[in-house]
Design a protein around this ligand. Structure first.
Ligand SMILES: Cc1ncc(COP(=O)(O)O)c(C=O)c1O
Length: 397
């Protein structure tokens, strides 16, 4: 390292170039805000991509991590561990599912869910697994195999056999694309990376009816939408989808790496000792943090809050869409997964918002994505919308 080398030069010299980093180095966070070394304060409206449900440095999360780290940080999955069991019980209570497996990340939870589907289907002569266009399930081979977007897949094939992707929200294509050989269908009820696109009730109903007809598993990817963000514990609950498997990650470890597969009674006995496992998955410190997150969400009624302020946010964004028809295509969302789809590139707007002290995120090139902590207030939503109004009124951002 040279004495005057910038952080970005050092990063670029030492890392695979997988991330386009933002020109900002946070040194600490508190609640809804992140701070840089010079004391500049940013309103964080994307929460580490829908991870920090309680914002930054929530005292209950910090306390739970500290306390568990002082007891033991890792003992391995040879041992039953109270933090894992308590978090599993909470997840089952809120979801109504029957079984939990803890992984380290979202994509790893997806891999496990796909394995359960193959194992379940194998006994029934069903191996086909399908996802939907524009979906995002992670970066591992199983996840990529059921996705269709070239920017994630190009050059990494061949992918897993008997996997495909059908057009999202297209009932006729769904009817034609699934059948008796289908083991599982994987759905994000609100596509996150794909631009905050909710499934239509008609599509969800058709999927449920086709499951009854053909007997396949429905896997709900709730990695971004789960744990209260959409105003219900699972986004699938809005559509009465009753999935057989659910994948979770992002908020459930309080910012520490943690993923989970939840299984309904229909798949409860599929995995037996040795069939699946992990060294780190279900780390007790991450589970202790996750318990704090779920407890505080329940104590403060943050799921209902997400529903209410999310609806308010959406209405404000819809007003912007009406006020700036040349710049905005559509406002859409569910709970605190909301988006403003622009007619042009979203990155300049993200950067102009950052200049105004507000951190937002772009996805799918033209979509501004808002996935703030669930503790966000109406005043913070108002500040975000006011800044957006200013930025959209300017021709150059
Ligand atoms: C819906 C969804 N599925 C899967 C993933 C992958 O999760 P991870 O990045 O933890 O592997 C993400 C991450 O953004 C996601 O939003």
């Amino acid at each position: 390292m040279q004495p005057n080398e910038s952080l970005s030069d050092r990063e670029s010299a030492s890392f695979f170039h997988t991330y386009k980093r933002l020109p900002l180095e946070p040194v600490c966070g508190e609640g809804m805000h992140l701070f840089t070394a010079d004391g500049t304060r940013y309103l964080d409206m994307f929460a580490g991509i829908a991870v920090n449900a309680l914002g930054h440095a929530h005292p209950r999360v910090v306390g739970a991590i500290t306390e568990q780290a002082g007891r033991y940080i890792h003992v391995s999955n040879y041992f039953a561990q109270e933090p894992q069991i308590r978090l599993a019980e909470l997840l089952l209570k809120h979801s109504g599912m029957a079984r939990v497996f803890f992984a380290n990340s979202g994509t790893e939870a997806m891999e496990g869910a796909l394995k359960i589907a193959r194992r379940w289907g194998g006994e029934r002569g069903k191996t086909a697994i399908t996802g939907f266009s524009n979906a995002f399930h992670g970066r591992t081979f199983g996840a990529l195999s059921i996705m269709d977007r070239p920017n994630y897949r190009d050059g990494f094939g061949p992918f897993l056999a008997d996997c495909s992707s059908l057009p999202f929200n297209d009932v006729d294509a769904l009817k034609a694309g699934v059948g008796p050989r289908t083991a599982a269908v994987v759905l994000e009820c609100v596509q996150g990376e794909g631009g905050i696109r909710p499934v239509t009730p008609a599509f969800a109903a058709a999927l449920k009816a086709l499951r009854s007809e053909h007997g396949f598993l429905i896997i709900a990817d709730e990695i971004q939408s789960g744990a209260g963000r959409t105003g219900r514990f699972l986004a699938a609950d809005h559509f009465d989808l009753q999935p057989d498997l659910v994948t979770l990650a992002k908020p459930i470890g309080g910012g520490l790496p943690l993923g989970a597969i939840l299984g309904a009674a229909s798949v409860a006995e599929i995995l037996q000792p040795g069939m699946h496992g992990t060294t780190f998955g279900g780390n007790p410190v991450a589970c202790a943090a996750g318990i704090a997150v779920l407890e505080v969400i329940e104590e403060l009624g943050l799921t209902a809050h997400a529903r209410e302020v999310g609806q308010y946010f959406l209405e404000q964004l819809q007003e912007l869409a009406t006020a700036f028809p040349a710049r905005v295509k559509e406002a859409r969302g569910l709970g605190l997964m909301v988006a403003l789809e622009l007619t042009g590139e979203a990155d300049p707007v993200v950067s102009a918002m950052r200049d105004r002290g507000i951190l937002i995120n772009a996805t799918d090139k033209t979509v501004l994505r808002f996935v703030p902590p669930l503790i966000v207030t109406r005043a913070e939503i108002d500040a975000t919308v006011a800044a957006l109004r200013e930025v959209l009124a300017r021709a150059d951002a």
